[in-house]
Write a protein that binds this ligand. Sequence first.
Ligand SMILES: NC(=O)C1=CN([C@@H]2O[C@H](COP(=O)(O)OP(=O)(O)OC[C@H]3O[C@@H](n4cnc5c(N)ncnc54)[C@H](OP(=O)(O)O)[C@@H]3O)[C@@H](O)[C@H]2O)C=CC1
Ligand SMILES: O=C1OC[C@@H](O)[C@H](O)[C@H]1O
Length: 417
Amino acid sequence: MASVIGFVQRIWDISRPIETPKSADAVRIGLLGASTTAPLSLITPAKSHPGVVIAAVAARDFKKAEAFAQKHNIAKIHRSYQNLIDDPSIDVIYNPLPNGLHFEWAMQALRAGKHVLLEKPSVSNAAEADTLFSFHAELRSPRPVLLEAFHYRFHPSWSGFLSFITASTIESARSWMSVPAGVLSSNDIRFQYDLAGGALMDPGTYLVSILRQVFGAEPEECLSAVATPMPQGRDQKIDQVMKASWRFPNGGIGSIEANLARSTWLGMPGLDLPSVVVKHKEVPVTDEVGSDKSQSHGMIHTVALYNWALPAIWHRIDIVDEHVTRDDEGKVLKRWTLKKTKKYYTWDELQEEGKTRVGSKSWTTYRHQLEQFINRIKGQRGSGVWVDEDDSIKQMEMIDGAYKKAGLPIRPTSTYG
Ligand SMILES: NC(=O)C1=CN([C@@H]2O[C@H](COP(=O)(O)OP(=O)(O)OC[C@H]3O[C@@H](n4cnc5c(N)ncnc54)[C@H](OP(=O)(O)O)[C@@H]3O)[C@@H](O)[C@H]2O)C=CC1
Ligand SMILES: O=C1OC[C@@H](O)[C@H](O)[C@H]1O
C-alpha cells in the first residue's frame, strides 16, 4: 500500500512541480519548434529551476507558435528559427527538431554564440557528429555549452545501477525500448528517412548509449544488425525494428532491441518497460567456503534496471547473485541465490566527495539534466555527470556501423555547410 501511495505521490509531484521565483540572472532559453517533447523534457522541469526562464519559442507556423506560447506561458514568439537564434536576449537554444535538422540548427546556434541543449540523437550520422563537436571543441573560450540530451544518465538511478556493475567481467548486456504499435502516426518524423528517422535513431540511440555506458568502452565489432523494414508501401529505408549486437573489448556481448511499433498477441499494442539486464561471467569467491582447498566457490552477478527512461515515476534495480560450490573434480556441491532490490529516487545513498548532488524525489531525469546544464553554463560544480563531445561522436559511429551491417543506408548528411 505504501508503495502505491508513493507512486501516486511521485506522479502528482512530477506533473505539478512547485514553481520557484526566477533569479535576476536566470538563463533565458528559446525553443526551436513547438515540439511535442518540450513540455516534458524542458518546460515542466524549468518551472522548479530558479535560474531558468523559458523565454521564447519559434515555430514555422506563427499561429501554432502563438497557441504553444499561450499554453505554456512563454512571453516571446519568433516567426522563424533564425530570428530566435539571432535574438540577443536569448542565452540558450533548445533543439528538439527532427533528427535530420539537429546539425544545421545546432551549428547556427553555436555560430551565434548560444549555448545548445540538443536532443538525442545529436545528429544524423558520424560525419555530422565529427563536424559539429569538433567545431564546438575548437571555439574560443568562453565556449558556449553544448550537450546531447541523454537525460537518463543524470538521474541517481543510473549511477546507482552502474555502481553494481564490473565492466571487465560482463558476459552480456541486453537493453530494449519500444513504442507501442499505433502510438506514432504514419507521417511521424521517426518514419521519415530524410529527417533521419528509424528505430535505431530513436529508441535505439538510448540503447546504444546504454551499452557504451555499461561496458565503459567502444565495441570492437558489430556482430549482427537485423532491421525489420516498414510495411510494404512505406519507406523501406526506415527500420521499424532494429535488433543488433556488438562484441566489446572484454569479450562481452551487448545487444539491443529498438521497436517503433511494438505489438503483441493479435496485433494488440505492446508495452515494455525500457530496461537493461547485465550478466557477469562467473568469478571466484574467496571466503570461508573457498578456503577449503578441496572446494571452489563461484558467483554469477546479474543486475537489471527496469524503467531507466522515467525512473522518477518508478524504477527498480534487481541484483541477483547465483552462487555455486564445486569439488576439486568440478562436481557441483551446492547452489544458492541471493537477491536484493534497490531504488534511488535521490542521491542520498550515492553521495561522493567532491560532487555536488542535489535534487528531490520529484526531479525527473530531465530536471536533473537541466540542473547540470545550467551548472556548466554558470561554471558551477555539479554532480559530475556529463556527456562530452567525444562521447557523442562515438555514439554516432556505433549507430552508423549498425545501419551498414543491416544493409541500410546511414542517415543522410545535411546540406547545410
Ligand atoms: N528527451 C526525450 O525524452 C524525447 C526526445 N525526443 C527527441 O526530440 C526530437 C523531436 O521529437 P518530437 O518532439 O516527438 O517531434 P515533433 O514531431 O513534435 O517535431 C518537433 C518539431 O520539429 C519541427 N519541424 C521542423 N521541420 C519539420 C519537418 N519537416 N517535419 C516535422 N516537424 C518539423 C516542428 O516545429 P514547428 O513547431 O516549427 O512546426 C515540430 O514542432 C527528436 O529528436 C526526438 O528524438 C522526442 C521525444 C522525447
Ligand atoms: O524518450 C523517448 O521515448 C519515445 C521515443 O519515441 C522518443 O523519441 C524518445 O526520446
